[in-house]
Design a protein around this ligand. Sequence first.
Ligand code: BEZ
Length: 211
Amino acid sequence: MALQLGDVAPDFTAESTEGTIHFYDYLGDSWGILFSHPKDFTPVCTTELGEVARLKGEFDKRNTKVLGISVDDVESHRAWAGDIADATGHALNYPLLGDPDHKVSDLYGMIHPNASDTLTVRSVFIIGPDKKVKLTITYPASTGRNFQEILRVLDSLQLTAKHSVSTPVNWREGEDVIIATAIGDEEAKERFPKGFRTVKPYLRYTPQPDR
Ligand code: BEZ
């Protein structure tokens, strides 16, 4: 069965452009993002890998390790890396796993046989410091991902892991958040000293607590 939210992210050892990766050791106590690419030397993947390199500082700020994977081998990835830097202006600054035997792709259900028997779809897994899966997203090969959205979800996940809040539609860092329904108004007054406004008894907004 496909990996679901709350499942433990499987550990693995695999070769990468930065040497052997022992996944749990690579993550340490950080958050992690594992994202798959259908194939080397393909246009959409090239743009995505450059974009993640450009955003590396944003992932670092969020204490998040990024790790790409493609079913081609590491030698092919190394040759492709030059094109990624040329085409996007951003050289790879994080590891890209080789997976010619589909070991990791199969472990994470990244090959969807009705889409392709041999290529991965564009999967994204966000993994918490507890090694549990916090988010999965699947895009088809023809659609490049929006990594700003992935940063936005990461902000929400990190905030809601610390405070009894959730984030509303289209929320962005710094905007008001929603108080968990399990918290009564009296407790909310203590826990959210900046105050809150009640739109419905179950929909109460408060300023983002950690700002
Ligand atoms: C691409 O990255 O452009 C791509 C890769 C595999 C299939 C289709 C598109």
